[in-house]
Design a protein around this ligand. Structure first.
Ligand SMILES: NC(=O)c1ccc[n+]([C@@H]2O[C@H](COP(=O)([O-])OP(=O)(O)OC[C@H]3O[C@@H](n4cnc5c(N)ncnc54)[C@H](OP(=O)(O)O)[C@@H]3O)[C@@H](O)[C@H]2O)c1
Length: 253
């Protein structure tokens, strides 16, 4: 039987890496993508190959349309198909929400370029390959930030709200052949937050998050990957949905 193929942007680390390994464990071939450092991507690829996956490791910055188009061409050339696209790559600038002067238009434009325009460009570039198969899916990795009105910066929160809206309209226009959904993680223990906040602020935020969550826990990249896999491979009748994975943070205690 021909194996299914998943393309996951930003899969050299964190949620994307855990998702790539999970798809490989389920018997899929995988394209691992990164924009800067190849070595971590090669490590993820080795972990996927250990599960029997054929892996393509490709550098592409999702904010650059030409690189998205080239990535789709490379996937077509190597695998001849794409069954699931996971738009996971994201960026932010850590700025206190009350510091309105801490962000300028260039910050918004850089963050939107990766978090909103990137998923649009990737989906457009992969749409022909996705449409060519059956049961294709796009999973956009957003955040609970726009649902809470809280997060690493106002620009980040607004960009993820934009990604949620993009998901709804794409679910409408790409149906009936392609399903499009969001996974919205809460605070995830990944290099993103540890590096972005620094160890002291990270530990403080961790304690706050746990005490405010019904399940009293952070979410791991592997927890989020389970839902990425569910929406990307299993949920055949689900489209245009925002699936929260936050340990009960929105519910509270
Ligand atoms: N961590 C959290 O608490 C949390 C919570 C909610 C939502 N999220 C979302 O989850 C997603 C993944 O976050 P994470 O915590 O797993 O982050 P991470 O560990 O920092 O990984 C980010 C990945 O994205 C890649 N990347 C960054 N910019 C890129 C670009 N322009 N084009 C292609 N790849 C790019 C990075 O590789 P290179 O550095 O080589 O480019 C890396 O592979 C993001 O969309 C984030 O907004 C995270």
């Amino acid at each position: 039987m021909t194996k299914k193929v998943c393309v996951i942007t930003g899969s050299s680390s964190g949620i994307g890496a855990a998702s790539a390994i999970l798809f490989a464990r389920h018997g899929w071939d995988v394209c691992v993508n990164y924009s800067r450092e190849r070595e971590p991507a090669e490590k993820v690829a080795a972990a996927c190959r250990a599960h029997g996956a054929d892996v393509l490791v490709e550098r592409a910055d999702v904010s650059d349309d030409a690189q998205c188009v080239t990535l789709a061409a490379r996937v077509k050339e190597r695998f001849g198909r794409c069954d699931t696209l996971v738009n996971n790559a994201g960026t932010t600038k850590f700025v206190d929400l009350k510091d309105l002067d801490g962000l300028d238009a260039a910050d918004f434009q850089r963050i939107y370029a990766v978090n909103v325009i990137g998923p649009f460009q990737m989906t457009r570039a992969f749409a022909p390959l996705l449409r060519a198969g059956s049961g294709a899916a796009v999973v956009n990795v957003s955040s609970i930030a726009p649902l809470l009105g809280g997060g690493s910066s106002i620009a980040y929160i607004a960009s993820k709200g934009g990604l949620n809206a993009l998901t709804l309209v794409l679910a409408r226009v790409l149906g009936p052949t392609i399903r499009v959904n969001v996974v919205a993680p809460g605070m995830v223990d990944s290099p993103w937050l540890r590096n972005g906040l620094g160890p002291e602020r990270f530990e403080a935020m961790l304690r706050n998050y746990q005490s405010a969550s019904a399940l009293e826990t952070l979410v791991s990249p592997e927890d989020v990957a389970e839902t990425v896999y569910y929406l990307g491979a299993i949920a055949a009748k689900t489209t245009g949905e925002i699936h929260v994975v936050d340990g009960g943070r929105r519910l509270g205690r």
